[in-house]
Design a protein around this ligand. Structure first.
Ligand code: ADP
Ligand code: MG
Length: 613
């Protein structure tokens, strides 16, 4: 038998490596930006066409390459940044694997112009399929100009997996910001299809954050500075009032490299405990510096998780320093290590009144048994305070609610066979009560219905919004005093993409200057201020659940909007409101469950209650 193992040609090996390094246009942008930073550039321009699918061009004023280096740069494992294995532990550059250019040139067409300051002429290269097709001397400016065209044209399967331009562009913006935040002293511009999305001048770190995320950030940032033997932590977190509901503004860097670290994220979150609701996320931009030999750099090229030797200690330091920074900002009590464990009593002053003994108030006339006996249905004189319509007599639009409940009940019954029940009628006339700021309780003759107010409202709103998106029916109300809303990069692009659909939800947005929109109309039945807040919430929520398919998108948009606009728990409801919610819920197509499948209403039958006694 013949031997069957052979070495793969370079072009194939590179394509396989490219699968790891180059997943989407955003990966190309990231690799090229990092190369420009490593080359000492002070100004980096990124020019995209069709969110990088057609073109990614990165122009820098860095040190450039010699003709030989330019050719070498496209070989696999060709790097100027490390020479020995030991160098791996002292990496100070963003790249070091020598894989990026080789990978990119195996899955795209690459044109390079590069010149060192001392050279008279620069070098031009044209590479496709990992093969050098042309090399010339050219007149060009100092630095490197790299153009990547038709990404994945050699791998149609990969090209097919690229998402919509909007999604790819948002991925690019994410990578762009991660890199831009590591190098505030470098100026960056990002342009797509001729539209400038970012223009970040060289600045200090704080100004970089403000330029990248909007002027509003300036008043929200709290500085952090903490030096210990294990780690130095610098950067900013934000005041608790501006915590958000979704991820997007949480940045950790270690030795100036972006990383994700869920354990350290918990430390920051913990520092905010008691200051923000558990589901809220503070924005933070935190830079950790550690001895490079105490972290594991030998990780997957695109993975952003990094292993630390002193993880638990860093957790504690992070927690304490964020907490202290918030305390200095007069928001949270600072941790004071000297007095920890001691209770601090204020000294009484001359003017203080004598302390009062606590008193319990009670009503001596109250008799719980009296109340109970007078309402006993077994009493022949018993009369309900309100008339109780039965199902037949109930208004027609309640029927759906009854059916929905019957359905959910049937499901329960298949789980617990034996339970033979007949659905009871409920009284929308007035016996509704609110329980625990969350449930609407509707007692019937032989059962009680509990309705989750938020979920019910969410269902009602969802069906309403979904319908107006389906029917393309606008339902906004114009404001006399339209205001500007500015969005951070990623959100801005998202709003731009969704603008037409938002109009059918009632949000009329005109484009303003610099990442701003002018909000001309908000959904009817909502105050302008509330509408504005709902829009911001809606974008936050949608960001995490977006779907590319149009149909799905409508559903998600309607759901995001319903979630943002639905009434919250602990909102007191009067009888009229409860009765209206009940009626509108019963008119819904699926009143029994929320879109995400959570129970909206539950019926407790008297048989069950009888079992308690
Ligand atoms: P790595 O960055 O890991 O070294 P790359 O494939 O990204 O690997 O780049 C290979 C080499 O090409 C780099 O080590 C560097 O010497 C050179 N190079 C790449 N981009 C630039 C640039 N913009 N300016 C100057 N040199 C560059
Ligand atoms: Mg590189």
């Amino acid at each position: 038998m013949k031997d069957i193992i052979q070495l793969l040609p370079d072009s194939v090996a590179n394509q396989i490596a490219a699968g790891e390094v180059v997943q989407r246009p955003a990966s190309v942008v990231k690799e090229l930006m990092e190369n420009s930073i490593d080359a000492g550039a002070t100004k980096i321009q990124i020019i995209l066409k069709n969110a990088g699918k057609s073109r990614v061009q990165v122009i820098d004023d860095g040190k450039g390459m010699s003709p030989r280096d330019a050719r070498m740069a496209f070989e696999r494992h060709a790097t100027s940044k490390i020479a020995t294995a030991n160098d791996l532990f002292h990496i100070r550059t963003m790249g070091f694997r020598g894989e990026a250019l080789a990978s990119i040139s195996s899955v795209a067409e690459v044109e390079l112009k590069t010149k060192r300051a001392d050279d008279e002429l620069g070098t031009y290269l044209f590479i496709t399929d990992s093969e050098l097709r042309r090399q010339d001397s050219v007149q060009c400016s100092n630095g490197t100009n790299l153009l990547v065209k038709n990404l994945f044209y050699t791998v149609p399967a990969r090209r097919k997996f690229l998402k919509s331009d909007g999604t790819e562009l948002r991925n690019i913006v994410n990578e762009f910001l991660r890199v831009a935040l590591t190098s505030p002293r470098v100026a960056f511009t990002l342009v797509n299809n001729g539209v400038e999305l970012y223009n970040l001048p060289a600045s200090g770190l704080r100004q970089r954050v403000v330029n990248a995320f909007g002027k509003v950030m300036d008043s929200r940032l709290v500085s952090i500075h903490c030096e210990t033997g294990i780690v130095t932590i610098e950067g900013f977190t934000c005041v608790p009032q501006h915590a958000k509901k979704s991820y997007g503004e949480q940045f950790f860097f270690v030795n100036n490299r972006f990383m994700k670290h869920s354990f350290f994220h918990r430390a920051v979150q913990e520092a905010y405990s008691g200051l923000i609701a558990p589901e809220m996320l503070p924005s933070y931009f935190l830079y950790l510096t550690v001895d490079p030999s105490t972290i594991d750099v030998n990780i997957h090229p695109t993975k952003t998780e990094i292993k630390f030797q002193d993880e638990t200690a860093i957790f504690q330091i992070l927690l304490a320093s964020v907490r202290e920074a918030l305390g200095k900002f007069n928001i949270a009590p600072a941790i004071d290590f000297d007095t920890e464990g001691k209770v601090d009593f204020p000294e009484p002053t001359e003017n203080d009144e004598a302390p009062k003994a606590p008193r319990v108030e009670y009503n001596p006339a109250y008799n719980p048994f009296h109340y109970r006996s007078s309402l006993s249905p077994s009493d022949s004189n018993f009369e309900h305070p309100y008339p109780r319509p039965d199902r037949e007599k109930a208004p027609a639009h309640w029927e759906k609610l009854f059916q929905g409940l019957e359905e959910s009940r049937r499901e329960v019954q298949t789980e617990m066979p034996g339970m033979e029940e007949k659905l009871e009628e409920y009284d929308a006339g007035g016996t509704f009560a609110q329980l625990g700021g969350r449930y609407i309780v509707a007692p019937g003759r032989s059962s009680v219905m509990f309705i989750d107010q938020k979920r019910a409202h969410e269902r009602v709103l969802f069906e309403r919004y979904h319908e107006s998106l389906e029917q393309r029916r606008e339902q906004g109300q114009k404001s006399l005093f339209p205001e500007r809303i500015s969005f951070a990069g990623e959100d801005y692009l998202l709003v731009k993409e969704l603008r037409e659909d938002l109009a059918f939800l009632g949000f009329e947005l005109a484009e303003g200057e610099e990442m701003e929109f002018i909000l001309h109309a908000t959904p009817s039945g909502m105050s302008y201020a509330r509408g504005r807040a709902v829009l911001v919430d809606l974008i936050e929520h949608y960001k995490n659940t977006e779907h590319s398919i149009k149909e799905e998108m409508k559903k998600h948009l309607a759901l995001s909007m319903a979630k943002a606009a639905s009434l919250s728990y602990n909102t007191p409801l009067n009888r009229g409101e409860m009765s209206e919610l009940f009626a509108t819920l019963s008119a819904c197509k699926s009143p029994g469950y929320t879109v995400e499948g959570r129970t909206i209403a539950h019926v407790l039958h008297i048989d069950e209650i009888n079992r308690w006694f």
